[in-house]
Design a protein around this ligand. Structure first.
Ligand code: PLP
Length: 466
């Protein structure tokens, strides 16, 4: 492509971008011009396939298309609305989710020392922002960001906060609570699983009974079990635990809930929440993110036996996290500066708006999706509306439609859903993830497109609503 064409195109894109509503902070234009140019030029490269059906729809009305050559209109539409990402099927699985451009671009940061002052400042700010995301102002609470996926959070909890032979009550909601229980057993915990039928969660009276039968060091709950779309209610559960068994640590797997479901760490007296970067936080995968209470840190200090983990040892990471937040360089194992930059951008965007609005937006989108699913005559795994997650929906397929038929139909329409993973019903349902930019940036039209694709895809598979 000639330079002048590229320049003209960039001009159009910039003009369009500046007249569009900017809801979220993005990379300053000056931050990385060569990267921006190469990203934009990739879209304009004539050989780049533009093959999704929604190209034109996405063109913002601020561009006067009549003044552009036809071929360029098609190509520019992506540059203007998704300026750094090549056209791709919309990823609507329960994580990883679609990424905001600025979050993604933050990863193309030049290399810097992981103990240099600029990176240490970025990491420190990231930790401080996490306190806001978890709604904690208690200085004894401690955020951790460690390279790894969400699963590392289970290892951190299991290796540090329980000792071999101690009792843990795991509230069983599906695949992910089973995984947490397995992990706890690996480190020697004596685990009792209180399992609910598929699509529901253990109820408070049975939890109360279990808690009064034995002295538990810890209770764990999967806030949103991503295998079923079941949401657990944390506030009342925490009240119960603190009333019936006040010494028991209350630990939450928030991998699929942090940043799309309300979590009030202090107000709900939580002792630990573990999560990951790639779900509602909307940052590439690779970071285990957690928050622990002063009480949890005390439990670590009061251990009688040494922690049987090295990389997952909170004792190793605790001083590092404190130092980073105090802008002091220190080292235990090399963090990923690029991922931390990306998380910093994601958190800056999340906190640019009141959290309550973010949660409300996810709830509104979820209500709309669940209504559309019901209108199609379909059922969810989580049958009780109070137990339904707001960042994903697990949908039973009609008896006549197979997962292996519907998923390709959705893909043909530019939408990616996930299959089922709960072992009892895995082949009978699909999962629709609706978190982050797909919800918060209505210009994308992701939800409407996905609902339409589901409707058309089912009909293509021969399904007619009864
Ligand atoms: C995704 C998920 C995990 C595991 O996270 P990974 O990043 O895949 O290791 C754990 N718990 C829940 C609830 C999840 O949704």
């Amino acid at each position: 492509m000639s330079r002048s064409v590229l320049k003209r195109a960039v001009g159009v894109v910039r003009g369009a971008a500046s007249s569009m509503p900017r809801r979220t902070p993005s990379l300053p234009e000056s931050a990385n011009p060569p990267a921006r140019l190469s990203l934009i030029s990739r879209h304009l490269a004539p050989e780049y396939p533009i093959n999704t059906p929604y190209t034109i729809e996405r063109l913002p009305d601020t561009i006067d298309t009549s003044r552009l050559p036809k071929t360029q209109t098609r190509k520019l539409s992506y540059s203007a609305t998704m300026s750094s990402q090549p056209p791709h099927p919309t990823l609507l699985i329960p994580g990883p989710i679609e990424f905001d451009d600025a979050v993604l671009q933050s990863m193309s940061h030049f290399s810097e020392s992981h103990v240099g002052p600029t990176f240490v400042a970025t990491f420190g700010e990231t930790l401080t922002m996490l306190r806001k995301l978890f709604q904690t102002t208690d200085s004894s609470a401690q955020p951790f960001v460690i390279s790894g996926s969400g699963t590392l959070g289970w290892d951190i909890v299991a290796a540090n906060l329980v000792e071999a032979g101690e009792h843990v009550l795991v509230l069983g909601t599906g695949y992910f609570s089973d995984g947490f229980a397995d992990c706890l057993r690996v480190y020697g915990a004596d685990v009792t699983e209180l399992k609910a039928p598929v699509g529901s969660r253990p109820q408070l009276p049975e939890i109360e009974k279990a808690l009064s039968e034995k002295k538990y060091k810890m209770i764990t709950v999967t806030h949103v079990d991503t295998s079923t779309g079941v949401l657990s209610e944390l506030e009342k559960l925490s009240e119960l635990v603190h009333r019936v068994s006040p010494d028991t640590l209350f630990i939450v797997d928030g991998v699929c809930s942090v940043a799309c479901e309300e979590i009030a760490f202090d107000a709900w007296k939580l002792d630990g929440v573990v999560t990951a970067s790639q779900k509602a936080i909307g940052c590439p995968a690779g970071l285990s993110i957690s928050m622990f209470s002063g009480r949890a840190i005390k439990a670590l200090e009061n251990r009688k036996t040494p922690v049987a983990a090295y990389f997952a040892s909170m004792n190793k990471w605790l001083p590092i996290m404190k130092n980073y937040e105090n802008k002091k360089p220190s080292y235990f194992a090399t963090p990923s500066p690029q991922l931390i930059h990306s998380l910093h951008t994601a958190l800056t965007q999340i906190l640019a708006q009141p959290l309550s609005e973010r949660f409300a937006a996810h709830k509104a989108a979820s209500d709309k999706i669940k209504k559309a699913v019901a209108d199609l005559g379909l059922k969810q795994l989580a049958s009780n509306p109070d137990d339904q997650a707001h960042g994903m929906t697990a949908i039973y397929l009609p008896e006549t439609v197979k997962q292996a038929e519907i998923l390709p139909q959705l893909a043909k329409r530019g939408v990616v859903f996930a299959g089922g993973i709960h072992k009892e019903v895995a082949t009978r349902y699909i999962r629709f993830g609706h978190m982050g930019v797909s919800i918060l940036d209505p210009r994308r039209g992701d939800v409407d497109r996905a609902v339409k694709a589901l409707e058309e895809g089912l009909s293509e598979c021969g399904y007619q609503k009864a």
